[in-house]
Design a protein around this ligand. Sequence first.
Ligand code: AMP
Ligand code: MG
Length: 271
Amino acid sequence: MVSELLEALRVPARVGPDLTGRDTADQLGLADKAAGRRYRDKFLEELPDLQALLWAEDQRSVLLVLQGMDTSGKDGTIRRVFSGVNPQGVRVASFKAPSADDLDHDYLWRVHTAAPSRGELGIFNRSHYEDVGVVRVLGLVPEQRWRSRYQHIREFERLLTDEGTTVLKVFLHISRDEQRERLQKRIDDPAKRWKFNRGDLDMRARWDDFMSAYEDAMAETSTDWAPWYVVPADRKWVRDAAVAELLVTTLRGMKLQPPAAERDLDGIVIE
Ligand code: AMP
Ligand code: MG
């Protein structure tokens, strides 16, 4: 059962989220940072065992899709939520601007090969949603082409689900103001400067277009089998707590079982 908290973050099918109407600094009922960390840790303590079961069962997989504007905390979420799990069972795919080879294929080609194998916990740091996000905002393909993609994506995620992958999608929602502060820090802090690209400012200038594109994408693709969640992400501790709960609740709901041992092992003594 998904908790009330997660139910509130879930994007209803077809309706979509009103992103500008959602509070990016929402604390989700958590009193303060310390309470948020405790809440997060309660879930994270369970994660290694659940992941070990997923790996042992070796039949199904989980795919966490992370989207969000620059500085929304995709990398930080991965670092904090997955720090305690066995790297062998985790596969992270980070999607950058497509290569020439990628562009020589349909947009889902590179995405499908990066999907988790049975037993794996997969993470997409950006994803095929760039192909209806930045691609739409920058007009990289004609409208008729990106519009058809909503249906491809619903069906692609249906295919993954039918074949054993549980898909959950998280939009890390920061405010434009919070992004300003985080980008400024990247410039002011010499240790963070490498993270800054001038191109990020062009994207920032298109903020409202990105919000519209994300609203439409989520309305079109939040399905019963692959729902979207909008996580308020101005506060990192709220973000981490929500993603931890979402992931652990999903894994719990899968009722994972280790495979049956071979029979008649009792009494065998290894010489
Ligand atoms: P970063 O996540 O900061 O490493 O940046 C990756 C960049 O690649 C972002 O600006 C994305 O918008 C861009 N990107 C990812 N996927 C696509 C895509 N399918 N088409 C165009 N740009 C993309
Ligand atoms: Mg970047």
